[in-house]
Design a protein around this ligand. Structure first.
Ligand SMILES: C[S@@+](CC[C@H](N)C(=O)[O-])C[C@H]1O[C@@H](n2cnc3c(N)ncnc32)[C@H](O)[C@@H]1O
Length: 228
């Protein structure tokens, strides 16, 4: 498994709050063996993946449980979006009606309640190949260490162990770093980027203390790419 380190200077605009997810989506597409025509995207969000697909497709099906994200996702004759929770076994009964060349997921599966059960559900579907990019527990590593809190995300070992039970795959680990002018900007990013899953893992007092004690001017992200 190779590890790449990538630095990105944080840009001071709203559009750049998803700068890391954009890089992750691009990297995920570079893992594909061919240009699939029938695609399922789990946790499709506002359509980072479909917007980057430059070839003709037959059917792109995006699934997300955030209605406001789905509203912003591109739609068309060949692009369909459905509201669904990828942790809900009922969703898979509906998805079993389709055949897919590829199942894709970028920056979403780390939020599964149980990644082992999730992979078992995905395996039941009719598909040829898959490529998943999953943030690991080492995302925001220094922040969690400084605040003495445990990451809500699964570790790379947990993800790999669960995946090995269900799939044959290649894996690739990538680290990203995002630099900030100050800690206020950094906490704004955490709140607005969606990388924290919009879960308030720190209370106001903890945030205030962290803003004084955070030892570096960057945030770390670790993403594991699993692909057939
Ligand atoms: C960080 S965004 C990534 C969106 C998009 N895939 C991208 O690459 O930019 C994570 C997405 O996963 C969705 N998500 C998280 N948990 C989910 C679940 N259990 N079922 C369906 N969607 C989920 C969120 O609503 C959000 O749109």
């Amino acid at each position: 498994m190779s590890i790449d380190l990538e630095f990105s200077k944080f840009a001071h605009t709203y559009e750049h709050y998803d700068i890391i997810q954009e890089k992750v989506a691009l990297k995920l597409l570079s893992c594909l063996k061919y240009r699939p025509k029938r695609i399922l995207d789990l946790g499709c969000g506002r359509g980072a993946l479909v917007k980057k697909i430059s070839w003709d497709i037959e059917h792109f099906l995006g699934v997300d449980f955030a209605k406001r994200m789905l509203e912003l996702h591109p739609k068309g004759k060949r692009i369909e979006c459905i509201y669904g929770d990828f942790d809900n076994p009922g969703l898979y009964e509906e998805l079993l009606l389709y055949d897919f060349d590829y199942i894709l997921s970028a920056s979403a599966l780390q939020w599964s309640r149980d990644i082992d059960i999730l992979f078992a559900q995905i395996k039941r579907l009719n598909f040829q190949d898959f490529a998943f990019a999953i943030f690991t527990a080492d995302t925001f590593k220094t922040l969690h260490k400084t605040a003495n809190i445990t990451s809500p995300l699964p570790s790379k070992e947990q993800i790999l162990q669960a995946a090995q039970k269900h799939f044959h795959f290649n894996s690739y680990l990538q680290d990203y770093k995002l630099e900030f002018a100050d800690t206020l900007e950094m906490f704004r990013y955490i709140k607005r980027s969606g990388v924290s899953g919009n879960r308030n893992i720190l209370n106001y007092k903890q945030i205030k203390r962290l803003m004084c004690e955070y030892p570096v001017d960057f945030l770390e992200f670790e993403v594991i790419f699993l692909y057939s």
